[in-house]
Design a protein around this ligand. Sequence first.
Ligand code: TYM
Length: 323
Amino acid sequence: MIVVSGIQPTGRFHWGNYFGAIKQYVELQDQADASYYFIANLHALTTVRDPEVLRRNTIDAAIDLLALGINPDRATLFVQSDVPEVTQLCWLLMTCTPMGLLERCHAYKDKKAKGLPADAGLFTYPVLMAADILAYDADTVPVGEDQIQHIEVCRDIAGSFNHLYGEVFVMPRAKIMEKAARVPGTDGEKMSKSYNNTIGIFDDPKVVRKTIMRIVTDSRPIHEPKDPETDHLFQLYSLFVGEKEREAMAARYRAGGFGYGEVKQALADAAEKYFAEAREYRKELEAKPQFVREVLGDGAAMARKKAAEVLARAQAACGIKYA
Ligand code: TYM
């Protein structure tokens, strides 16, 4: 199994990023033959327009991923732009990508529907993502549900290249964490920076508690029984606790007689405990910028080696290597 996944440095990571993606990265680094995890700064360039912010976010993202358990002895951690082979591969793929395929992609379609101006970077975003995946011969791509369409597009592009030039690329598959495919935000919609409903992994615990208190709930009277399965507060709580605590909370929901405030307190306590170790380790890493730079440098070298091999294969197949 070869695993690859990327995450954009568009701001600090939130619970959706962690339970949908990062938690899987950490689990898979021990199971895979090779795993490649990168900070997608080229993709972020379609939204982050302040160079200083992008630089800062990139380093913060690396520190966050290490703090959350990415082990550089097991996984290859790097920054997307440090592997120029990927952007070269992207052009080859672009020539096999029908416009209609990209016109159907959500990010572009949504922006257009709102009458907002879209640039070619946003339009071709899924092709760069396909290059990110195909460059490492990856077969497994751990992501949240919102990325499934992009992985399907990647498979279509790989299929059309393979159809024209022979079996060059490995067909990847999305890997989704069932319980956390779509982590809800404070308003019950998908947690997302663009909806302003996120809860930050490394926000100060006091800030996290305040944010949790603002989670929108229904206004059913305290004594009424509630269905835990349809409640986003319960869904969030379930992410942080084991089966026994989850069942105990579910039983309380069904029995009724309690307020959502109690569940929010329990969630805040569980979340604080859950990330306590990562928070401590993050402080240590902040004090070791040289170590972080080294990890990213070594990661980029490893990733380039593999990507160069795949790029050469693709170039040879389509006649770009002429001698
Ligand atoms: P990004 O940066 O938006 O999100 C990073 C990862 O977090 C997951 N995620 C969620 N999962 C569950 N519930 C949520 N509320 C939630 N919010 C975010 C995302 O599904 C994703 O897995 N295009 C990608 C970055 C990328 C990439 C790649 C991913 C670039 N190249 C190649 C995989 C392979 C993105 O914007 O993710």
